[in-house]
Design a protein around this ligand. Structure first.
Ligand SMILES: [Zn+2]
Length: 96
């Protein structure tokens, strides 16, 4: 197997070295509630609007997948704060 490169720090990961695969899936979820602003909805008009949007754009709106390779150090850094939240007040607030 050829060497790989860490997606985060660009460090070369040699064959046989420990590395991690990071797979992120972002998808639209549904709580069962449909919010309709207008009382009268023209469904065929809404359908025509939807048909005019490129399919891949709709797909991305519903489902997006990212795949990365991480070296052990970057895996630790990523795992400590996967949402890249600001560290400090908010993090210590949730500890009590
Ligand atoms: Zn790295």
């Amino acid at each position: 197997m050829s060497s790989q490169v860490c997606s985060r720090c660009s460090r070369v990961i040699q064959p046989g070295d420990l590395f991690y695969s990071l797979l992120i899936k972002v998808f639209a979820d549904f709580d069962g509630i449909i919010k309709i602003k207008d009382k009268e909805v023209n469904w065929s008009e809404e359908f025509e609007k939807l048909k005019s949007i490129p399919e891949d754009l709709i797909n991305e709106e519903v489902y997006k997948e990212f795949q990365f390779v991480l070296c052990p150090r970057c895996k630790e850094i990523y795992s400590a704060n996967p949402l890249n939240l600001p560290l400090g007040e908010s993090a210590s607030d949730s500890d009590d």
